[in-house]
Write a protein that binds this ligand. Structure first.
Ligand code: AMP
Ligand code: MG
Length: 316
């Protein structure tokens, strides 16, 4: 876990290059987008993404938006469509996020998608965000750069006061113009407005020439427990397993004999980084029960336990 002093980077070519270098090394870098300051990490690096949740102190793993420098890079990670093309022509770069089916060969971390087979993608317009994304050359997962439950940051000083040395660097690039979050439209089945934002529903309907459904409780989508489509394994899940029973798939934590270990060293960032991948891999073995070692209920353990508790809840 990083605890060295946060670097304040200038909004210059050198600052952007340093930001890209930190991202390549698995670091956390806060940078401005046209909406708010985002807390960015390499979206293909499980551990870097786990550090986002740790830094924000999020009590749950909601899926994150992957940010890209340009549209062709997006197409390597999602199944593109005519609707996506029309919306990208009209609103990218800009404050519109599209949720599309993830391509099976995309190396995006399962922690970014919360284990779902869909991915939220956006190409931001802010020149600093564009420069960092282009310099890094890959997708960057970036929720707002604030502690969970606190106000979204619209200037670099909000990031330093809120997150301090939990992040490696912030680019000091003045005030964000929009301050409103990106609009999120789901395009996996029929178009559905998942979150209102800068681009309006009427604009989207005009572009698509079609009706757009509205998610009933759009405000609640990011609240813990509200995302109905959350990944659940096929196997039943048994929590706080201090001994293993015959036939169980064993998901361990710490110094235990098991099938897959979230973290032998009891490192919660490592455990979070492995969580979805290990659940998927054990589930793919086709057993009926996945038993999980107790996970300490502090730091990232709170979000891990939230996810496991929902995986263990009775199914409809
Ligand atoms: P934020 O990072 O704070 O802008 O929030 C990201 C929003 O995107 C949250 O409301 C997520 O629930 C939503 N989101 C991200 N990925 C997906 C997805 N695959 N399906 C549905 N919603 C998503
Ligand atoms: Mg936020």
């Amino acid at each position: 876990m990083n605890r060295s002093p946060m670097e304040i980077l200038p909004d210059t070519a050198e600052g952007h290059a340093r930001a890209a270098q930190l991202l390549r090394g698995g670091g956390l870098v806060a940078f401005p987008t046209e909406t708010v300051y985002g807390l960015g990490a390499d979206a293909c690096n499980d551990r870097a993404v786990a550090r986002i949740f740790d830094a924000k102190g999020r009590p749950s793993f909601n899926p994150l938006i992957a940010h890209f420098a340009e549209r062709d890079a997006v197409k390597r990670h999602v199944i593109w469509s005519d609707e996506a093309e029309a919306l990208a022509n009209a609103y990218w770069p800009g404050p519109l996020t599209m949720v599309l089916r993830k391509r099976a060969d995309s190396p995006i971390s399962k922690l970014v998608t919360a284990g779902l087979d869909t991915l939220a993608v956006r190409v931001p317009a802010h020149p600093t965000a564009k420069a960092v994304l282009a310099g890094f050359g890959g997708p960057v997962a970036a929720p707002s750069a604030n502690r969970s439950g606190q106000i979204s940051p619209t200037r670099a000083s909000h990031v330093t006061s809120g997150l301090g040395d939990r992040v490696d660097a912030v680019i000091n690039a003045g005030v964000c113009a929009v301050g409103i979050e990106s609009t999120i439209i789901g395009l996996v089945e029929h178009p559905i407005l998942l979150r209102p934002g800068g681009v309006t529903k009427d604009q989207l309907m005009q572009t698509l020439g079609a009706a757009i459904a509205v998610r009933k409780n759009a405000e609640a989508i990011s609240a813990p427990g509200q995302l109905g489509s959350h990944y659940a394994p096929n196997a039943a899940v048994r929590l706080n397993a201090t001994e293993w029973r015959a036939g169980e798939l064993r998901l361990g934590f710490g110094d235990v004999a098991c099938d897959l270990n979230l973290s032998e060293d009891e490192d919660l960032v490592e455990a979070a980084a492995h969580l979805f991948d290990h659940l998927h891999r054990l589930d793919a073995r086709g057993g009926t029960v996945i038993a999980v070692s107790p996970i300490p209920h502090h730091g990232l353990g709170v979000a891990i336990n939230d996810r496991l508790t929902r995986a263990a809840a009775p199914r409809d």
